[in-house]
Write a protein that binds this ligand. Structure first.
Ligand code: DUT
Ligand code: MG
Length: 602
């Protein structure tokens, strides 16, 4: 909650103004029954004789001077007065709502922005831990709950107690016995609130969890729609969705069922109190002279009772909102309070002969136990070198290169770029040096040119075309009617696997990186296209250090050095010829690929 007030500080003016305006509205509302009493008692019952009412006689004297007034004169005068009071109250009410909305939306906007910035700064392992679905709920639904709460707070915090106390005081000034009726009704209400809220509040935090779950399922199914169709798993996934949905519904119903008790009880208590007031008032008119009890007074009393009990109803609504908001605040706080594990340093520029070096590096994925994924890694990659990594699936190739742009930090040992430990680098500057083509191509909805400019925002058309040419993407790009302006669907769904890979490579090349990492980036290309690509890379990227992962010997045999990785460590390292002679693992891979059609020799 402290955090909410911290955010509200920026809107302090609105946050203070809003309750002040509310005071005006409540004041107007509390005046109305008093004015009505004059209409009923003096205007209707007494035929224009205002001598029985202090308010009536004062107002009439000021407006029309001393004398007698007709019945209609009193009714119309006070009718207009009531209208004026309603309009003033309404004006205050609207202004109050406006201020409250502005302040609460502002708070929500700031919260969302900060939470978003935080999420973007978190490392992959941290966002994985929250799950994407939950992060989305936290930034949307939970923030909305907080907005609603702040708005409620600004409007109701003043309104309810004022109505309650004001109504009670007004009731007492009408007649003391009415106050007693109210005092009898209150404990009943209090008891009910205690039971209802005590049971409902714990359920609210559960609702958020169920919503997370639902979002998670929906998100997986929407993004994985193709796979689901391919495996004809619609029924299975529907059931999973159904289950999450039903769970959310049941929890919601449970809360609503508890809350449903409230309204009928309130109505019963309210009507009982009204009956009591009418009975006591009527009895006084009949049996006790000179108490000043009139029909108008009874009517005013009924209105005040309704106002007081309604204010209690509002308090319960506030509690409801508070308890929901508490759960949401906790969840948003969890995001805001998470410190990124990958902390940026401040080195931005470096020069060195050794582009990438790793000494005694071992790595284990966070929160996993057992054998580390990588161990005893020692490599030095020279500037401009083409360094290939080959190894069985699951041997740790991707994990190894993930350490270079600090997607993860090594558990032990040190990774250096240009001789500088990567922990010292400014993260932005570090990643700017590197272009990473991921094993799984990720493209974004937009035109081809837009996607390529991702690599470098201010790239010229010439640079983009050149990158596409090197990546062997030009042919297929030009085959589209719109060429570079052709639109590609979300996640590049309208392209083939090989086209996506070439787009990703071109995107990386646009950046003109110092270090280019290709993680199995040519796996979907046929051998002749891959050959052309490799030749183009060799001639066009002279100074660039290239680290390429591949499964096929054909893809790596031209590299300056090839590292054979096996079960998380580098077994052998050297040129193709050297490895053929000295590495058994490499020979095994070589012979197995030779057997499968001799692809090694292209
Ligand atoms: N692993 C994890 N968590 C992850 C990613 C991988 O525990 O987020 C494990 C799975 C595997 C090992 O790390 O046992 C190495 O995975 P990596 O992705 O590095 O393997 P690879 O050599 O890139 O395999 P592939 O050729 O299939 O891409
Ligand atoms: Mg991999």
């Amino acid at each position: 909650m402290k955090r909410i007030f911290h955010y509200l500080k920026k809107y302090a003016f609105l946050a203070v103004l809003s309750p002040l305006l509310m005071i005006g509205e409540v004041f107007a509302d509390l005046c109305l029954p008093k004015l009505m009493t004059v209409i009923v008692d003096c205007g209707i019952a007494a035929g224009g004789d205002v001598s029985g009412s202090k308010l009536g006689s004062t107002v009439m004297r000021i407006l029309f001077g001393e004398g007698t007034y007709s019945s209609m004169q009193v009714i119309i005068t006070f009718g207009i007065l009531m209208l004026v009071v309603v309009l003033i109250g309404g004006f205050f009410g609207v202004m109050c709502a406006y201020c409250a909305a502005k302040a609460s939306q502002g708070v929500g906007d700031d919260l969302r922005r900060d939470a978003y910035a935080k999420v973007m700064s978190l490392s992959i392992e941290q966002t994985d831990k929250f799950t994407t679905g939950s992060l989305v709920t936290r930034m949307t639904n939970d923030v909305t709950m907080i907005i609603e709460f702040v708005e409620m707070l600004l409007r109701m915090l003043v309104r309810s107690p004022m109505f309650f106390i004001g109504g009670l005081i007004m009731l007492m000034t009408l007649d003391f016995s009415f106050g007693i009726v109210m005092l009898c009704a209150l404990p009943v209400m209090a008891l009910m609130l205690f039971f209802v809220l005590g049971r409902a509040i714990p359920i609210y935090s559960k609702i958020q969890l169920k919503l997370d779950r639902l979002n998670c399922v929906v998100q997986e199914n929407v993004t994985g729609a193709r796979v689901i169709k391919a495996y004809v798993k619609e029924d299975y996934e529907s059931k999973r969705f159904e289950a999450a949905n039903a769970d959310l519904r049941d929890t919601n119903v449970k809360v609503q069922r508890i809350m449903a008790v409230m309204h009928p009880v309130l109505t019963v208590v309210m009507n009982a109190a009204i009956i009591a007031v009418i009975y006591i008032g009527g009895w006084q008119i009949d049996n006790v002279g000179g108490t000043g009890m009139t029909a108008g007074t009874i009517m005013a009393a009924i209105t005040y009772i309704t106002q007081v009990l309604m204010s209690i109803m509002m308090v319960t609504m506030m509690f409801q909102s508070i308890s929901r908001a508490m759960a949401s605040v906790r969840r948003v706080n969890e995001v805001l309070d998470t410190d990124p594990v990958i902390v940026s340093g401040n080195v931005t520029k470096t020069e060195g002969e050794i582009a990438v070096s790793m000494s005694n590096v071992s790595f284990r994925y966070p929160e996993t136990t057992g054998r580390p994924v990588l161990h005893d890694i020692n490599i030095e990659i020279k500037k401009g070198e083409t360094f290939a990594i080959i190894g069985a699936t699951g041997s740790g190739k991707t994990s190894l290169v993930n350490l270079i742009p600090r997607f993860y930090d090594a558990t032990e040992g040190e990774v250096r770029i240009d001789g500088e430990p990567i922990a010292n680098y400014d993260l932005h500057a570090l990643r700017q040096k590197i272009a990473f083509v991921m094993q799984k191509s990720e493209l974004f909805s937009g035109t081809i040119a837009e996607n390529l400019r991702w690599g470098k925002e201010d790239a010229t058309d010439g640079e983009i075309k050149q990158a596409a040419r090197i990546a062997q993407a030009e042919d297929f790009v030009l085959s589209f009617n719109e060429g570079y302006d052709a639109y590609i669907a979300e996640k590049g769904a309208s392209l083939s696997g090989g086209q996506k890979q070439r787009m990703s490579i071109a995107r990386a090349l646009v950046r003109r990186p110092e270090i280019l990492i290709l993680d199995d980036a040519t796996s979907a290309l046929d051998l002749s296209t891959e050959g052309k690509l490799r030749a183009a890379l060799k001639t066009e990227l002279k100074g660039t250090t290239v680290i390429m992962i591949a499964q096929r010997i054909a893809s790596v045999k031209d590299a300056d050095r090839i590292a054979v990785i096996d079960h998380g460590t580098i077994k052998d390292c050297g040129s193709h010829e050297y490895l053929l002679e000295h590495s058994e693992t490499y020979r095994d891979i070589y012979s197995s690929q030779m057997k499968n059609g001799g692809v090694v020799n292209e």
